[in-house]
Design a protein around this ligand. Structure first.
Ligand SMILES: *Cc1c(COP(=O)(O)O)cnc(C)c1O
Length: 398
C-alpha cells in the first residue's frame, strides 16, 4: 500500500531536527517563563532566542513579534485588533474575496458589530484586481487585508503594490503569509506590511503555534485577554516548545529556501505537465506561473471532487478537495467561485500540494492512478456525455 502525502497546504510533518530542538522543553526545561526561578529563566531564554530568530528571518525587530496559537488566531487578531483600535477613524475594512476562512469569519463578526467590509474581487487566475481594490478605498477605510499566497490555488498576490496603496492613505495593511513562508522569501520591510501572520505547521514546524508581526507604532487592540504574556498583548501561558519549534522550522526553511522551492516546483511541474497531457477535460486553476512552488489545483470535468478524493485515498494518495465539507453541505470553494469557475467545475476540483520530502516516483505513481480513477468515475458519471466516452485527447475546459 502506498502512503503518499500531497496535502502540504493543509499541514506538514514536523522536521525531525525541529522535534529534537523542542523535546527538552517538554521535559527537563518545562518551566513557565513567568516564574521567578531558574526553570522560568531557562524558558525565558528559549523564547527570547526564538523571537530573535523569527524577527531575523522576516526582517523585523524582536519587539514586533507576537506568538499566538496559530494562523487563525493571528488573522483574527490582525483584523479585529486593527478594526477596534482604529474604529474612531473609520469603520470600513477591505479584504480580498479569496482570503482564508479565518479572515472571512472575522469579517462577518465585525459586520455584525457595525463595521462595513468590502470584498476586493479577483481575476480568473485568482489575482486581486488592483484597480478595483483602489476604487473600493473610502475616506473611512482603516484596514486592508490581502494574503501573500492563496492556500487553495496557490496564486501570489501583488502584496507590495497593495501595501503601497494602503500606506499612501494611512490605512493599516495586513498580509496572511501562512502559505508563503517556508517556500518563498517573506520580509516585512520588502513587502511593506504593517501586520503579517505565520503558522508553524505549514513549514515543517508544530501545530498550534503562530506569529503575528505588528509594526512598531501601529495601534492594535488585544484579542486574548489574560496575563501579561507577550508584553501584555496576548494572555495565556507561553507555549515554549511550540515557539522553539516554530522558530527552528522557520530558520531551517530559510537555509535551503531556493533549492527546496526549485525542487518542489520541479515535482509540481512534472505533475501538471503529465495531467495536462494525459487526462482530458481538466482545468488548471490559479495563475500559470505566479503561484506557490508546491501547489497544483485542477478541476476534473464531469466528476465530483469528493469521489476523486476518496478514490485517491483508497489508492494511498492524500489530497484535498476545494469543498468546505465542514458545514455538512458540500459548498463549492469560495476561491474558485470568486475566480469565475462555474459551480459544476468547482465541485470537481482537487488540490495537490507537494513538499520537500516528496519524490518524482510518487508523482508518477499518483498520475498513473489518477488517470485510471478519472476514467472509471467518468464512466459512472451521469454528467459525462456518451459521445465523449472514447475521447482520449486532452482538452482545456473553458
Ligand atoms: C492554514 C492557514 C491558516 C490557518 O493557520 P492555522 O495555524 O492552521 O490556524 C490561515 N491562513 C492560511 C492562508 C492558511 O493556509
Amino acid at each position: 500500500m502506498q502512503n503518499i502525502y500531497f496535502d502540504h497546504a493543509a499541514t506538514t510533518p514536523v522536521d525531525p531536527r525541529v522535534l529534537e530542538k523542542m523535546l527538552p522543553y517538554f521535559t527537563d526545561n518545562f518551566g513557565n517563563p513567568n516564574s521567578q526561578h531558574a526553570f522560568g529563566r531557562r524558558a525565558v531564554t528559549a523564547v527570547d532566542e526564538a523571537r530573535d530568530t523569527v524577527a531575523k528571518c522576516i526582517g523585523a525587530k524582536p519587539s514586533e513579534i507576537y506568538f499566538t496559537s496559530g494562523g487563525t488566531e493571528s488573522d483574527n487578531w490582525a483584523m479585529r485588533g486593527a478594526a477596534h483600535a482604529l474604529a474612531n477613524r473609520g469603520k470600513h475594512l477591505i479584504i480580498s474575496a479569496v482570503e482564508h476562512p479565518a479572515m472571512l469569519s472575522a469579517a462577518k463578526e465585525l459586520q455584525r458589530e457595525g463595521f462595513e467590509v468590502t470584498l476586493a474581487p479577483v481575476d480568473g487566475y485568482g489575482t486581486v484586481d488592483l484597480a478595483k481594490l483602489e476604487e473600493a478605498i473610502r475616506p473611512d477605510t482603516v484596514f486592508i487585508g490581502v494574503m501573500a499566497a492563496n492556500n487553495e490555488v496557490g496564486t501570489l498576490q501583488p502584496v507590495k503594490e497593495i501595501a503601497a496603496l494602503a500606506k499612501a492613505r494611512g490605512i493599516a495593511f495586513f498580509t496572511d503569509a501562512v502559505q508563503a513562508a517556508g517556500t518563498l522569501e517573506v520580509n516585512v520591510k520588502e513587502l511593506g506590511a504593517d501586520m503579517l501572520s505565520l503558522s508553524g505547521h505549514k513549514f515543517y514546524g508544530p501545530k498550534g503555534v503562530g506569529v503575528l508581526y505588528v509594526r512598531s507604532g501601529l495601534k492594535l487592540a488585544r484579542l486574548v485577554a489574560g496575563g501579561h504574556q507577550e508584553r501584555g498583548m496576548r494572555g495565556g501561558t507561553t507555549n515554549v516548545p511550540g515557539i522553539v519549534g516554530l522558530a527552528e522550522a522557520l530558520r531551517l526553511s530559510q537555509e535551503h529556501l531556493h533549492e527546496n522551492a526549485a525542487y518542489v516546483a520541479g515535482l509540481r511541474d512534472r505533475f501538471v505537465a503529465r495531467v495536462q497531457r494525459e487526462i482530458p477535460f481538466v482545468k488548471y486553476n490559479g495563475h500559470p506561473e505566479n503561484r506557490l512552488p508546491g501547489n497544483a489545483n485542477f478541476s476534473f470535468r464531469y466528476i465530483e471532487g469528493e469521489s476523486l478524493l476518496f478514490s485517491l485515498d483508497l489508492a494511498g494518495i492524500a489530497v484535498s478537495s476545494g469543498s468546505a465539507c465542514s458545514s455538512g453541505s458540500l459548498e463549492p470553494s469560495h476561491v474558485l467561485l470568486a475566480m469565475g469557475v462555474p459551480e459544476g467545475l468547482a465541485h470537481g476540483s482537487i488540490r495537490f500540494s507537494f513538499g520537500r520530502e516528496n519524490t518524482a516516483g510518487e508523482v508518477d505513481y499518483a498520475v498513473d492512478r489518477l488517470k485510471e480513477i478519472v476514467v472509471r468515475l467518468r464512466a459512472l458519471s451521469p454528467l459525462f456525455p456518451k459521445e465523449l466516452k472514447n475521447e482520449v485527447f486532452p482538452q482545456e475546459v473553458k
